[in-house]
Design a protein. Structure first.
Length: 533
C-alpha cells in the first residue's frame, strides 16, 4: 500500500470541525475551499482546504503523515436505520447537546444538520457529511457539485430501449477514465444519472449555494446545504460521539450506506467517444493508480495541468450497497483505452511525479492532477446468491452438523494491485473472496478462505489456515495480495512459513454448474470437517 499524504493538513492532528465554504472574488481561476479546523495537541488549528479534498474530510479522522494508511478513523462505531425524511428536522450543529461541550469556531457551529430518532436514539447528522458519503467519492464530483448543470454538461444519457441505458462521457469533460474500469464507480454514476431523486438532490447543492451564499468585499461564503434523496429504510454505518446518559449520537462520519434504491432497470453501458482523453495525456499515457511502493502527496496550492496524467490515490473504502445490483458495462471507443488499474505494466508508469493536485485544471497549471479511489460496493451476505451460495451451504452445514462454531463470515473485495488485473473479474467487476472464522470443539481458531474464480478456467481450492498474527484481517489481506500477484494461485511457501495450519481442500465435482447435489455437498462437508477438527 502506498502512503497518501495531504500537504496542508497538520501532522498528527484530528479533524475536529468543518466551517463555511468560501471563494475569493475577482480572482481568476479561484476555486471553492472549505474552512477546516484540526486539533493538534490541545490547540485547534485552522486550515483552509480545497473543496476537492472533501472525499478525505471525515470528522474525527486522525492524520499521521508517517503512517500507512495516513488516515485513521476514530469515534464510537454504530449503525442506524433511517426513518422517513419527513421526520428529519433541520438544525444548526451548535444546537446538538454534544457539540456544545466543545469550543468551536463560530462558522463551525453555524453549519446545518439533521436530527432524528433512529432505533431509539436521538441521531445528529451534519448535512455536509451526508452529502460527502452520497456524492463525493472523488474530487471530480466535488468540483461538479458547484457548477451549474454540472452533470448535464459532463454526461449524455440515451435510452435506446427500456432495458438499456447508455451514458456517454462528453468530449472536454475532465472525468478520470480510471473510474469506468471499476464497477462501484459505474454503479454510483448510474444511480446519480438515472435516478431522478438522486440527480435532483445533487443539483440542489448548486441551487442552495446560488441562493444562500453571502457576499463581502473579497469573498463569497456559504454554509453547505442540500436536499437529500429518499433514504427511508436505508442503514448507515457511522462513527461518532455517543452519550449513553443523554441517548444522543453525534455523527462524525458515515462509513457505509446499505439498502439504496438505485431505480435503475436493465443494463447500463458507459461509452467514451473517439478522441476522448481524460485529463489529457502525458507521453502517450493517461490516468494511472500510484504504484503500491510509491508515496503520493496531494496539494491544492497549484492548479493541475490542463493536459496531463492523473494520479489516483488509493484510500480506505466507503461502502455503498444497492437493494439490487446495478448491471453496468464499459464500452471504450477512444484511442487511449489505458489507465485502468491492473492493466499492462505501462499503465503503472503514467507519471514519475508523485505530487498531484486536486485543484481544477488550467492552461498554466504545472502539477499532475490527482483524485481518490475510495468507493466500494458492499455485499449484503443475507441476500447473497450465486457465486458463494454453495460455500455458504457448506458453512451452514459445518455449524449445524459439524459441531463447529462460526464466529464471523464476510465477503470482501480482492485487493487492487498495480500491474495486476486479476483482482477484477472478466466483466470488469471486482473479484471477491469469502473469509470465515470458525472455532472447533477443542477451542482452536481456523480461517476458511474461498475465492470467486467463476470466470476463470480453473478453480482455486478452499483454504483452511491457522496463524498467530494479531491482526487477522491484515494478514488475510496480505495473503490475497499474493493470490492476485500469483495469478490466482495460493502462495504456498508464504503460507507454510507463516501458518501453523495450511490445508487446501479441493471443490467437489458438480453435475450442474453452480449447484451441488446433497451427496456432493456431504462429501465436501466431510473432508472440510475432518481437516478443520
Amino acid at each position: 500500500m502506498n502512503r497518501v499524504t495531504i500537504r496542508k493538513i497538520p501532522d498528527k492532528s484530528v479533524l475536529k470541525f468543518l466551517g463555511n465554504c468560501f471563494k475569493r472574488k475577482g480572482v481568476i481561476d479561484s476555486d471553492w475551499q472549505i474552512a477546516a479546523y484540526y486539533l493538534v495537541g490541545e490547540e485547534v488549528t485552522p486550515c483552509n482546504l480545497h473543496f476537492g479534498l472533501m472525499p478525505k474530510l471525515g470528522l474525527g479522522r486522525y492524520y499521521d503523515r508517517s503512517s500507512i494508511p495516513s488516515f485513521t478513523d476514530r469515534g464510537y462505531r454504530s449503525s442506524f436505520t433511517l426513518p422517513p425524511i419527513e421526520t428529519w428536522p433541520e438544525a444548526k450543529i451548535r444546537d446538538c447537546p454534544l457539540f456544545l461541550r466543545n469550543v468551536p469556531p463560530a462558522d463551525a457551529g453555524q453549519q446545518l444538520c439533521y436530527f432524528m430518532h433512529a432505533d431509539g436514539v436521538q441521531l445528529w447528522i451534519p448535512k455536509l457529511e451526508l452529502a460527502r458519503v452520497l456524492f463525493f467519492p472523488s474530487a471530480f464530483l466535488a468540483h461538479l457539485a458547484f457548477q451549474p448543470n454540472g452533470l448535464a454538461d459532463s454526461f449524455r444519457v440515451n435510452r435506446p430501449s427500456a432495458d438499456l441505458a447508455v451514458i456517454e462521457v462528453l468530449l472536454g469533460t475532465d472525468f478520470p477514465k480510471y473510474y469506468l474500469g471499476h464497477s462501484a464507480y459505474r454503479a454510483h454514476l448510474a444511480w446519480l444519472l438515472l435516478n431522478d431523486e438522486a440527480q435532483d438532490s445533487f443539483n440542489t447543492i448548486y441551487g442552495h449555494r446560488l441562493r444562500h451564499q453571502q457576499e463581502s468585499s473579497k469573498y463569497l461564503r456559504w454554509a453547505f446545504d442540500f436536499k437529500p434523496p429518499n433514504l427511508a429504510g436505508c442503514s448507515i454505518e457511522v462513527r461518532g460521539h455517543y452519550a449513553k446518559k443523554l441517548n444522543v449520537f453525534y455523527v462524525y462520519q458515515i462509513t457505509g450506506v446499505r439498502g439504496l434504491n438505485s431505480g435503475v432497470e436493465g443494463e447500463v453501458h458507459f461509452v467514451t467517444p473517439e478522441g476522448y482523453e481524460p485529463g489529457g495525456k502525458a507521453g502517450g499515457k493517461s490516468v494511472a493508480p500510484v504504484p503500491e511502493d510509491d508515496d503520493l502527496e496531494i496539494q491544492d496550492d497549484d492548479a493541475k495541468e490542463g493536459s496531463g496524467a492523473r494520479l489516483i490515490a488509493h484510500t480506505p473504502n466507503v461502502g455503498l450497497q444497492f437493494q439490487k445490483p446495478v448491471k453496468t458495462k464499459r464500452i471504450d471507443k477512444s484511442k487511449h483505452a489505458g489507465g485502468i488499474a491492473g492493466g499492462s505494466d505501462e499503465e503503472g508508469e503514467a507519471s514519475v511525479n508523485l505530487t498531484g493536485s486536486v485543484a481544477e485544471g488550467t492552461a498554466s497549471g504545472h502539477v499532475p492532477g490527482a483524485d481518490f479511489d475510495q468507493l466500494e460496493e458492499t455485499v449484503d451476505l443475507a441476500n447473497m446468491e450465486g457465486k458463494f451460495a454453495q460455500f455458504n451451504r457448506l458453512v451452514d452445514l459445518l455449524e449445524d452438523e459439524g459441531g463447529i462454531a462460526v464466529l464471523s463470515r464476510n465477503i470482501l473485495p480482492m485487493p487492487e494491485l498495480v500491474r495486476c488485473h486479476l483482482y477484477l473479474n472478466a466483466d470488469g467487476s471486482r473479484r471477491r473472496y469469502m473469509h470465515v472464522v470458525v472455532k472447533t470443539a477443542g477451542g482452536n481458531i481456523r480461517h476458511l478462505l474461498e475465492v470467486d474464480t467463476s470466470d476463470a478456467k480453473k478453480s482455486l481450492a478452499t483454504k483452511i489456515l491457522t496463524f498467530s498474527a494479531q491482526d487477522s484481517d491484515e494478514f488475510v489481506n496480505q495473503v490475497m495480495q499474493r493470490v492476485v500477484k500469483r495469478s490466482l494461485c495460493w502462495p504456498t511457501k508464504f503460507l507454510n512459513r507463516e501458518c501453523q495450519v495450511n490445508q487446501s481442500v479441493k471443490h467437489p465435482r458438480s453435475k450442474a454448474p453452480g449447484y451441488l447435489e446433497p451427496d456432493e455437498l456431504q462429501g465436501w462437508f466431510a473432508r472440510m470437517a475432518g481437516y478443520i477438527s
